[in-house]
Design a protein around this ligand. Sequence first.
Ligand code: PLP
Length: 393
Amino acid sequence: MASRIYFDHSATTPLDPRVRAAMGPYLDGQYGNPSSLHQEGREARDAVEKARAQVAALFGAEPSEIIFTASGTEADNLALVGTIRAGGGSGHVITSAIEHAAVLETCRFLECTGTEVTILPVNGDGLVDPASLKGALRDQTRLVSIMMANNVVGTLQPVGELGLITAQHGCLFHTDAVQAVGKVPIDVEQLGVDLLSLSAHKLHGPKGVGALYVRHGVCLDPIVFGGGQERGLRSATENVAGIVGLGAAAAHAREEMATESARLATWRERILHELRESVPNACLIGHSEKRLPGHLCLGFAGQEGEMLKLVQALDASGVAVSAGSACSSAHVGVAEKTLVAMGFDSARARGLLRVTLGRFNTDEEVERFLHILPQAVTSLVPAENDVSYSFWD
Ligand code: PLP
C-alpha cells in the first residue's frame, strides 16, 4: 500500500530525525536543571545557551535577545500583554483582522482591561495597507502587532514597511512569525522588528516550545511569575530537551532554507499549473507571489460547501490536508474569519482547502496528489455551470 502523504505542514511538521537525535541526551542521561551549579546543571545550561545562539542566528539577533517560552501562543501573549503592562496598562494596540487567535484573543483580553485596540482591514489578497497603519497610529499607541505570514492563506505581509512606519511613530513593532521562521529569510535589524514570536513545531522541531525575540532596550513585564528564569520574563525550569530541539531545528533551517524553499515553491507552482487543467473551478486564494513557498490555499468555486467531504475523501485516499487553520478545522462549514476579512461573502468564505508542503515531501508524493485531488473533487456535488468567478488572475 502507498504511504500516506502529509501536506499539512502549517498545522505542524514532523520532527526532523536530526533534531530528535540532538534532543535524545537531554531526555535521558543529561537531566540537569540549568539553574543548578553542579556539573549536570552546567551541562544543561550550556545546551540551553547553545540553542539560544542557534535561534538568534536564524534572524540576525543577539542570543541575549531570545526568551524561550512554551509555545508560539505564549510568545504572542508575552509580547502583547508584557508590553502593555510594562507601560503601566491601558494604551492603544494596533493589529490586523487576520491575525492568529493567539494575537486576536490576547487583544480581546487587553481590551477588557482598558487597552484600546484598532483592528486593521486587509485587502482581497490578505495584505495590510501601510497607509491604513499610518492612519491608525495615535499618541497613545504602544504596540503594532502584524503577522509575518498568514497561517490560513499564506500571504506575506510587508513587515519591513510596516515596521518602519511604526518606528517613525516611536512605538514598538511585534510580528507573529510562527509560520514564516525557517521558510523565508528574516533579519530583525533590516525589518525594524522589536518583538518576534516563533514556534519549534512549525520548523520540524518539537511541540511545546517557542521563543520571543525581544530587542535590547525593549521593556516587557512577565506574564508568568516564579523563579525568575529567562531574565525574569519567563519563570519555570527550562524545557531543556525542547529548547535543544528548537535550537537544532533553527540551525538546520538556517542551512537549508534557500534550497528547501526553492523546492517547495517549485512544487507549489507545479500543483497550481496542473490544477488549472484538471480542476477548472479551482482557484488560488491569497497573493500569488507574496506567499509562503510551500503554501497553497485553494478555493473550489461553487463547491465551497463540500470542503469537509473533500478533506475526508482525500484523507481516505491517504492525503492529509486541512480545510482552514488547524484551530478552525473543527468548524468546517463555518465561514473562515480570514476569508471574511479578505472580503469573501459568507458562502465563499465557508470553503477552502489548505495544502502545505514540507521538508520530507517528495516528487512522487506531489505527482500522486495531482492524480488523487481531481478524482476526489469529482466525488463532490458538482459546481453549478454559471459559477461566474475565477481566482486564477
Ligand atoms: N501564530 C500563528 C500564525 C500560528 O500559525 C500558530 C499555530 O498554528 C500560532 C501562532 C500558535 O503557535 P503554537 O501552536 O506554538 O502555540
